[in-house]
Design a protein around this ligand. Sequence first.
Ligand SMILES: NC(=O)c1ccc[n+]([C@@H]2O[C@H](COP(=O)([O-])OP(=O)(O)OC[C@H]3O[C@@H](n4cnc5c(N)ncnc54)[C@H](OP(=O)(O)O)[C@@H]3O)[C@@H](O)[C@H]2O)c1
Length: 278
Amino acid sequence: MADMTRAFVIGHPIAHSRSPMIHGHWLAAHGIAGDYRAIDVAPADLSAFLDRVRRGEFAGGNVTIPHKEAVFEAVVHRDAAAGAIGAVNTLWIEMGELVGGNTDAYGFAANLDANAPQWRMAETALVLGAGGAARAVLHALREAGIAKVTVANRSAARAGELALAFPGVKPAGLDQAPALLARTDLLVNTTSLGMKGQPSLDLDPDALPDHAIVTDIVYAPLITPLLARAASRNLKTVDGLGMLLHQAVPGFERWFGVRPAVTPDLRALIVADLEAQR
Ligand SMILES: NC(=O)c1ccc[n+]([C@@H]2O[C@H](COP(=O)([O-])OP(=O)(O)OC[C@H]3O[C@@H](n4cnc5c(N)ncnc54)[C@H](OP(=O)(O)O)[C@@H]3O)[C@@H](O)[C@H]2O)c1
């Protein structure tokens, strides 16, 4: 047991995290005697926790709110995605030093590749929201070569910051989104609107062209009001759960040495948990 590979997800709070369920499923599926657990680390304790990682107590782990930016600052090396997004969600050790990556953009793209592969043909994308998740989405859209991207946000200043960080992206107010729909091939909601306990997003997808793809990265509920309205218009829709599942793949492979698959079984496990929490 002493040399068992250990990994974690740290956050504060962390009890809500579904990462232990995802990684636990893969450990069992591959017969790996590893350990992945959620650890509540308060901001004041982050530095001491990272020392434990440096000392080799863990192979690495996931990082979530509120630590993604602090860990970005703490690591010695970052992968290209973390550098572009400005946040770290996956941590590992190389030559005794902390290395940080960000797999959210990968997860976003892999989810669309699996469920709406034609998304890569989109010429125009409208991203609603300008928070941390929007940065990952913008990085994925840039990597996919989508030329015309607008980010529409309630706070214009935050949309402007993203436009500066991602040259070529146009900033807009959330109130301008309806007028942009007719020219949108891919609509992405990254605001927390539509999430359980939040107001729903007040945007009628009717003006979208018939070929448009609508994806919502909010996954609780699985079918957000936006996705329901888009589906009722027969538009292609992709829910956000796949992003959560796919973003976990690179970390598991790095820590446990096996690239896991996002299977219907894994999805069903998490869907059942989401249903139980409703
Ligand atoms: N599927 C996945 O794997 C995945 C991954 C990451 C995040 N998410 C989900 O994505 C959502 C956003 O996460 P985040 O980390 O980007 O959050 P964040 O940094 O807090 O950003 C929240 C965004 O929502 C907007 N917003 C919040 N309340 C609003 C309101 N009442 N009216 C208009 N806009 C509002 C904010 O606009 P302002 O800038 O104007 O405040 C901002 O653009 C969350 O629901 C999260 O669970 C999913």
